[in-house]
Design a protein around this ligand. Structure first.
Ligand code: SF4
Length: 217
């Protein structure tokens, strides 16, 4: 069984795989309490569904990407390992992406064909980033991206994180924080900060959440 808050068909609106048609499975519950969280409804207990049923439902959508998001999906990593196995044994050859806050090591997923999107929290008002853990995940998993959510004013904290992490060769995305009243303006400010900074502009792509602009889920 797996406990979920919702599931829906959309396009991936953020990160390296942006624009890809995807089936989203939002897992229930989270171990963090980010003040600017835009999915607080996922913190509550959710609906319990059979993993196989969910895998078949995802497959029936015929999309190249299945996304497990949250909440914090790695709180249910054994169920995710089961889901990956069900998807693969049912013929799914696309990407199984897991979006995590990178506070829990995904032991149950070692050796599985997954794409891990690590999103440690590095804003200055809520900094929860274990760089040793992030490095360990990057070292032990083949397909990993780093996605940092920030405002222009959070750049010093983003840089602190990068300094503590050291060089890692994974795709890196900076995503403007979506809670800002004027998202276009907040995105432009972040872009300008990145362009001003040698280290950031060498390493990062800046990708706003396109589903916010499109006004879809
Ligand atoms: S980790 Fe994600 S789901 Fe959890 S509180 Fe933070 S933004 Fe919300």
């Amino acid at each position: 069984m797996i406990e979920i808050a919702e599931r829906f068909l959309s396009i991936q609106g953020e990160g390296h795989l942006v624009g890809t048609p995807a089936y989203f499975i939002r897992l229930a519950k989270c171990n963090l309490r980010c003040p600017w969280c835009d999915t607080k409804y996922s913190w509550s207990p959710g609906e319990r569904v059979e993993v196989r049923e969910l895998a078949l439902e995802a497959l029936s959508k015929g999309v190249p990407l299945v996304v497990a998001t949250g909440g914090e999906p790695l709180l249910q990593q054994e169920a995710l390992a089961e889901l990956e196995a069900e998807l693969r044994s049912s013929g799914f050859e696309g990407i199984f992406q897991i979006e995590t806050n990178a506070t829990i090591y995904p032991k149950a997923l070692e050796g599985r064909d997954v794409w891990l999107t690590l999103s440690p929290k590095v804003t200055c008002d809520y900094y929860v980033a274990d760089t040793n853990l992030v490095r360990k995940i990057i070292e032990n998993f083949e397909k990993v991206e780093l996605k940092l959510v920030a405002r222009a004013s959070d750049i010093p904290c983003v840089k602190r994180f990068l300094k503590e992490l050291g060089e890692v060769s994974v795709p890196k995305v900076l995503q403007p924080l979506s809670g800002e009243a004027n998202y276009s303006k907040a995105s432009r400010e972040l872009v300008m900060k990145v362009l001003e900074d040698k280290e950031l502009r060498r390493q990062f792509r800046v990708i706003p959440q396109i589903h916010k602009f499109l006004k879809i889920d």
